[in-house]
Write a protein that binds this ligand. Structure first.
Ligand code: 1HE
Length: 261
């Protein structure tokens, strides 16, 4: 079902329990203007009832050319900070919203486009994808969360290299260093993302919640606090009726074994 309340740069559709979002600004290579970023924030703040996973992808030959540079204009320092914080708020809503997000990457995944992709939980790259942070060459700095999210994927030294030297990573290299978890043939990304989204949707809600909201906090805690949070989360998860039912099905031989489709 098509959703109407989005800006015309985002086409939103529900397919069963999955929300698909297509960034649709082909003539500007899906450059992300304020309207699109605010539209994403609204969508992830008001997730339609019954949605369990979202898939985000770009129309045309590129995922996204990053920040719409024509909107940079002559912001002063304070406006610049507010603009960056607006991106942070929107991308935080994606990363820490109600549902896991799978991003399909192809063509340019650059600047703010890579920042958007890095707010998703799973990235599926098609073979045409390429990654760059051209902010270094444009004389600016990342402002959409890259300095926090990208080093967690590939390490700080690689991000420094990308920005100091304008290095472009291919889809295959990106897969090897951790920019995507999956690498698929050209044109197969959406299908793969939907397959993953269906699997994610079939998980217990508590497990998905823990992976999205608790695991990131654990990984940023001291060992002592992390282990305590893990124990609390484990006890909460295993006491839920859904977990008990799933465990019973396995013990009765009625649940899939590991690796069974
Ligand atoms: C744009 C943008 C944009 C294209 N803002 N208008 N991002 C960048 O520095 C990347 C800049 N873009 C490119 O390097 C290339 O456009 C691509 C490699 C992505 C695609 O190349 P191509 O040959 O398919 O397209 P094109 O001919 O370069 O662009 C088509 C049109 O889109 C053209 O406009 P036209 O009016 O001449 O038709 C381009 O000007 C326009 N366009 N990219 C505005 N980004 C939160 S902070 C984040 C900071 C950043 O993201 S900085 C990195 C910005």
């Amino acid at each position: 079902m098509l959703l109407k309340s989005t800006p015309n740069t985002i086409q939103a559709e529900t397919i069963g329990e999955i929300l698909t979002l297509r960034i649709s600004r082909i003539e500007k290579r899906n450059a992300l203007n304020d309207e699109t970023i605010l539209g994403l924030e609204r969508l992830f703040s008001c997730m339609p009832e019954g949605i369990k996973c979202a898939v985000i992808y770009g129309e045309g030959k590129h995922f996204s050319a990053g920040l719409d540079l024509s909107e940079l204009k002559e912001r002063d320092v304070v406006e610049g900070i507010f603009h960056s914080r607006m991106w942070h708020q929107a991308l935080d809503k994606i990363q820490f919203g109600k549902v896991p997000v799978v991003a399909v990457l192809h063509g340019a995944v650059v600047g703010g486009g890579l920042e958007l992709a890095s707010a998703a939980h799973i990235r599926v790259a098609e073979s045409s994808a390429f990654y760059a942070l051209p902010e270094g060459q444009r004389g600016i700095f990342v402002g959409g969360g890259a300095s926090v999210r990208i080093p967690k994927l590939i390490g700080m030294a690689r991000m420094q290299d990308m920005m100091f030297t304008g290095r472009v990573y291919t889809a295959e290299e990106g897969y090897t260093i951790g920019l995507s978890q999956y690498l698929v043939e050209e044109g197969k990304g959406f299908e793969k993302a939907m397959e993953l989204a269906r699997k994610i949707s079939s998980n217990a809600a508590m497990t998905n919640y823990a992976l999205m909201h608790v695991l990131p906090k654990i990984t940023e805690s001291s060992q002592d606090q992390g282990l305590m949070m893990e124990s609390l989360m484990a006890a909460i998860a295993q006491s839920s009726p859904e977990a008990k039912e799933r465990l019973r099905l396995f013990l009765d031989g009625k649940a899939k074994k590991v690796g069974e489709q």
